[in-house]
Design a protein around this ligand. Structure first.
Ligand SMILES: Cc1cc2nc3c(=O)[nH]c(=O)nc-3n(C[C@H](O)[C@H](O)[C@H](O)COP(=O)(O)O)c2cc1C
Length: 308
């Protein structure tokens, strides 16, 4: 019996689209599977590469998950799909603004209601908070999350912070003095993501998604840095305070919030290079004292359930 998949994607660099393409390789090769693509298009496009001003101005609304206006979808929202694969970007420990704009739209509620959804992200290395928000938005839209693949930059945390600056602000992904690795997901991880497609195809054909996530985890589909779990969870709480502080002065682009945005632009590198190594060390100590808690946390974030 033929199967219908909808792939929803938005990628500034093209990386996430390449990863989705790699995952889809086995599905595209199967004549019984038909694939429809839908690109998310914000009404006002975001820049790439970013300027510092635009980047930090995108912070409050990303963190507070305020939906932006999106261009209408091309797909008929009443159409039935056996599986929807949703490419997810992470911006400031939150779903990217185009993703929130889509997930909180009326069109998403029509399209996603009653559907099986598999999420795919390709972030630097901090995607847990964003995924929690995405789980909730999917639930509110009436969808069932049947799987999640999370790929990350495997370089050490502060190395990936340094290299992503070059990528996002200068579109310079590699050749850092021949010392630092290229920013983003490795070519090997992108190519080998096709193995997840075979697992998805199998679940799709059997129409049995109950064990899909466990299989994807076994295949290495969910990458998380366990020492960064607690620092990331704490950082989101701090980000919410900053986002409220900045947005109290005005909306996107409002010159009244420039001073507060600039203070945050100074705070962020300090947080990353000074505070985060401290949080990281504390996190290691907590893990040594409470190994059971760390194990439970990991199992939760590898899964698709949403805590109450
Ligand atoms: C505004 C902005 C904020 C970001 N914040 C995070 C973050 O909090 N955590 C993370 O792991 N990656 C973060 N990233 C990296 C993205 O998740 C992603 O890896 C990168 O932008 C390339 O994505 P694309 O191929 O979808 O365009 C951020 C990127 C942007 C542009």
């Amino acid at each position: 019996m033929s199967k219908k998949i909808l792939v929803i994607h938005y990628s500034q660099t093209g990386q996430l689209t390449r990863i989705l393409d790699s995952i889809l390789t086995p599905l595209k090769a199967d004549p019984s599977v038909s694939i429809t693509y839908e690109e998310l298009r914000p009404a006002k496009p975001f820049p790439f590469p970013w300027t510092g001003k635009e980047f930090f101005d995108a912070f409050p609304e990303s963190v507070l998950e305020r939906p932006i206006e999106m261009q209408p979808l091309k797909v008929n929202t009443a159409e039935q799909f056996d599986l929807i694969i949703l490419g997810c970007q992470v911006w400031f420990l939150s779903p990217s603004q185009p993703l929130t704009g889509f997930l909180k739209s009326k069109e998403a509620a029509q399209l996603l209601n009653g559907k099986n959804v598999l999420t795919v992200s390709a972030s630097r290395n901090m995607w847990l908070n964003a995924q929690e928000s995405i789980k909730l938005m999917l639930k509110n839209a009436g969808a069932t999350l049947v799987g999640n693949i999370a790929l990350i930059d495997r370089a050490p945390n502060l190395v990936s912070v340094a290299t992503i600056v070059g990528w996002l602000f200068y579109n310079k992904k590699e050749n850092y003095f021949g010392i630092l690795p290229p920013s983003g997901i490795s070519e090997k991880d992108i190519t080998e993501a096709s193995r997840f497609g075979a697992t998805i195809l199998d679940a799709l054909k059997k129409n049995k998604f109950e064990n899909l996530q466990a299989q994807l985890v076994m295949q290495g589909g969910v990458n998380l840095v366990k020492t960064l779990v607690n620092p990331e969870l704490r950082a989101k709480q701090i980000f919410i305070k900053w986002a409220n502080f900045i947005s109290a002065k005005g909306g996107p682009g409002d010159s009244n919030r420039r001073v507060r945005t600039k203070i945050f632009a100074w705070y962020l590198p300090i947080g990353l290079f000074v505070l985060s190594p401290i949080a990281y060390t504390v996190s290691i100590l907590i893990m040594l004292v409470m190994p059971g808690k760390a194990k439970k946390q990991r199992a939760y974030f590898e899964g698709t359930n949403l805590k109450n």
